[in-house]
Design a protein around this ligand. Structure first.
Ligand SMILES: Cc1cc2nc3c(=O)[nH]c(=O)nc-3n(C[C@H](O)[C@H](O)[C@H](O)COP(=O)(O)OP(=O)(O)OC[C@H]3O[C@@H](n4cnc5c(N)ncnc54)[C@H](O)[C@@H]3O)c2cc1C
Ligand SMILES: NC(=O)c1ccc[n+]([C@@H]2O[C@H](COP(=O)([O-])OP(=O)(O)OC[C@H]3O[C@@H](n4cnc5c(N)ncnc54)[C@H](OP(=O)(O)O)[C@@H]3O)[C@@H](O)[C@H]2O)c1
Length: 383
């Protein structure tokens, strides 16, 4: 949903945003490529709020499109139904309309039914109890792998696109505040690149933004309202933010917002990543905000700078008494970043903090955290 119903632009009619800045945040030598983007909204009439996300409709990698065309023995000029049913040339359909990386279940079933060589896949798909095994078997494999390993199957262009899912937009937390940047939105994105089954792979949207979108290749975008992830209306209340890795994105926006609004409440950020020398995102800005007083406390956890892992939740536990005092003073507690492990561990650490510093039983601590959630003082945006 767009946060500005007055604009011409929306998810259904995305605005062609122009990237004005694309710079690395990770230093050379880092194991990651995390980038800062600034996208101009000039002329869009679009407005966002601090805490919102941006939806991006990416294009697929043209090299991958060409590889798939070659495997299909197609020219790309063949006319096929696009994602809205209207006819488009196959090259365009593969470039913009369909998910051509991770395969759909329908595509896998089709391969299993039509190729002699797909006996393992056939066996796994036939057993409804082995869904997890199918996922494991397919993990890291893309549509092109199946085309190349089952060359006996001849797909017509139309038949092929009908087996694909529609290409979906990706969401990104906006890392700027509209109070400071009303005509721009900033993003903080980890470029997804990995090797699997002997091939280099690329995440669709993150590499579209990192490698292919630029001043003359616009980014089709819309805003996704995050009503659940707003700063407290009362600017005098303290705020605690836990955002390792790209989880820092909305908190950069929060800090900008608190500064621009003249909010008097204290701000505490827990940030972490692999190594301080390479992965300390926005180091200069954070140090300047700390020196300027807007960032009251900054606790860092660089996981790979020593033998044993140190994560943001370890820093929370080390500072349990003070963290509990902030909560007792009415602080809002925010978490952003990895959902699969980090958010769960941070939740467990929050319970522990309340237990140890608040002198509560596990049951009482759970009630305390539940009450925070009910009061909308425990807010998460995890993915
Ligand atoms: C509300 C919200 C906010 C978000 N904010 C941010 C943000 O601020 N910054 C940010 O960087 N991301 C953010 N994300 C994540 C983002 O939306 C995308 O999911 C991410 O950028 C990957 O998209 P992609 O198109 O580049 O990769 P995709 O093309 O979607 O590829 C990702 C897929 O590749 C496969 N894969 C990935 N790594 C491996 C591997 N090592 N081995 C095998 N397979 C693998 C997996 O199937 C994975 O699902 C957010 C998500 C949500 C929902
Ligand atoms: N699905 C997954 O398994 C998975 C895992 C990680 C990230 N991701 C996704 O990858 C993208 C980019 O991630 P990112 O580079 O921004 O950050 P990240 O991979 O989440 O890493 C940021 C920091 O968090 C640490 N970390 C790892 N496990 C943790 C835990 N259980 N609790 C607290 N901290 C933990 C990492 O340490 P170490 O790396 O040294 O352990 C690193 O120092 C995001 O979209 C994220 O959701 C997915």
């Amino acid at each position: 949903m767009s946060s500005d119903p007055a604009s011409l632009y929306s998810r259904k009619n995305p605005f062609p945003g122009r990237i004005v800045v694309n710079r690395p945040l990770s230093q050379p030598g880092s194991g990651k490529d995390i980038r800062h983007f600034e996208i101009s909204l000039a002329g869009s009439g679009l407005k966002y709020e601090t805490g919102d996300s941006m939806g991006v409709f990416p294009d697929n990698d043209p090299a991958l499109v060409e590889e798939i065309l070659a495997a299909l023995e197609a020219t790309g000029e063949e006319i096929v139904p696009g994602n809205d049913g209207a006819p488009v040339p196959l090259r365009q359909a593969l470039g913009r309309h369909y998910q051509i990386t991770q395969p759909s279940k329908q595509f896998l079933e089709n391969i299993a039914a039509r190729s002699e060589g797909a006996s393992v896949l056939r066996e796994l798909l036939a057993d409804p109890l082995r869904k997890g095994d199918v996922e494991k078997y397919v993990y890291g494999m893309e549509v092109v792998d199946f085309l190349l390993t089952h060359p006996s199957i001849h797909f017509t262009p139309e038949e092929f696109v009908k087996l694909l899912r529609k290409l979906q937009p990706r969401l990104y937390s906006i890392s700027s505040s509209p109070r400071m940047y009303p005509e721009e939105a900033h993003l903080t994105i980890a470029t997804v690149r990995y090797e699997s089954h002997g091939r280099q792979r690329k995440g669709v949207a993150s590499t579209f933004l990192a490698e292919r979108a630029h001043e003359h290749v616009p980014v089709p975008l819309f805003f996704h309202t995050a009503k659940h992830f707003r700063l407290p209306e009362d600017g005098s209340l303290p705020v605690i933010m836990v955002g390792p890795g790209t989880g820092i994105a909305p908190f950069r926006a929060f800090l900008q917002d608190r500064k621009a609004a003249g909010a008097t409440g204290k701000n505490w950020l827990f940030f972490g990543d692999q190594k301080a020398a390479y992965d300390y995102l926005y180091r200069d800005e954070l140090e300047a905000m700390q020196a300027g007083g807007i960032l009251t406390r900054l606790d860092l956890a660089f996981s790979r700078d020593q033998e044993a892992k140190v994560y943001v939740q370890h820093r929370m536990l080390e500072n349990a008494d003070e963290l509990y005092r902030w909560l007792e003073a009415g602080a809002y507690f925010y978490v952003c970043g990895d959902a699969s492990r980090m958010a769960k561990d941070v939740d467990a650490a929050l319970h522990k903090v309340v237990e140890t510093a608040g002198g509560k039983t596990p049951h009482e601590a759970a009630e305390y955290v539940e009450a925070l959630k009910k009061a909308k003082r425990y807010r998460r945006d995890v993915y």
